[in-house]
Design a protein. Sequence first.
Length: 404
Amino acid sequence: MSAVESQQRVLSGMRPTGKLHLGHYHGVLKNWVELQHDFECFFFVADLHALTTHYEDPYIIEQSVWDMVTDWLAAGINPGSATLFIQSKVPEHAELHLLLSMMTPLGWLERVPSYKDQQESLKEKDLATYGFLGYPLLQSADILIYQAGQVPVGADQIAHVEMTRDIARRFNHLYGKDMGYEEQAEAAIQKMGKKTAKVYRALRKRFLEQGDEAALETARSLVREQQNVTLGDRERLFGYIEGGGKVILPEPQPLLTPSAKMPGLDGNKMSKSYGNMIGLREEADTVVKKIRTMQTDPQRVRRTDPGDPDKCPVWQLHEVYSDTSVKTWVQEGCRSAGIGCIDCKKPIIDAVLEEQKPIHERAQHYEENPELVRSIIAEGVETARDTAKATLEEVKRAMGLSYR
Ligand code: TRP
Ligand code: SF4
């Protein structure tokens, strides 16, 4: 696959955590729905990732998977434009993970911020496991097996994509040797003189093997300073710092999801564990009830008391759902006690129900035809496997495992 094709390919995954809520919709799914029009998209359920933390109680995973895929479809992910599949159904992810594990320095995994953080925050679980340590590498395999150039993720996942870039670079460096080019580059290095050559080699190694960006910069200025090299050699010396061999696994870019934090019913980030969520496919009557009983500015006890939207979680929902004129109406009406909280919540209720209408319609179709969801996944698995197998074959050949 060419670099340009790789840039056009998007891959992202989600852990199966059960039914999704509006936070997932605003934070991730709306973005996926847009991307599917402009890119070749692969979206998958990361069920193996779920096992890294739920290995003791895995039985909830299966139902979560089908609920989540139904949510994706309900949100408007179109199986005609995007490829949808389940990670463990494409065993090439696991095989690439194993192969990559051979060349992954332990320190890279131990350094990933989520490793220590999650062990701390999920103290009730024993996460001192091999699988948990390796899970960012499994994520690298997920990305690299499709040679995906773009990976939509939230801020907490950027470090994983960065590590994936390091893995790809190291892989290409170790196994992407292209002889003619290398010999020419080596000859150019010799021409710089013994001492400079030695420094250049050391810096290059530091960048290629450890992803040390400072070493890359220093090596570049070293080449820039050379007086007696030809233009061709200069180009070669620049390119060679960053590898210069064949690119078998292209380096992916994180595509930071452009979303504000979706507030929950209590003003904190919407999350299942906080119990402050509205389900993506939640029934209208409970949606209405939840919003009606939402906490407002605690200072505003009576209808005649003026309030302060900055101290009210309802206002945060206006920030997501309301246009400028409604927002002005809230600000003025609240501060002057011109409107009541019930009035204020009305446009939010309407907006959420309106947003959910097409979601419910699509969901109903899939809820009534669960076999349809199964067959969408079966088809996605097949498409994904074709791509994954092709990459894996190249990887194995590069690593000396072709046996022809
Ligand atoms: N680790 C991600 C999460 O916890 C899910 C995930 C797994 C993923 N593999 C991926 C996301 C590959 C993007 C690309 O949310
Ligand atoms: Fe909150 Fe609106 Fe009531 Fe003001 S009027 S306290 S913003 S719900």
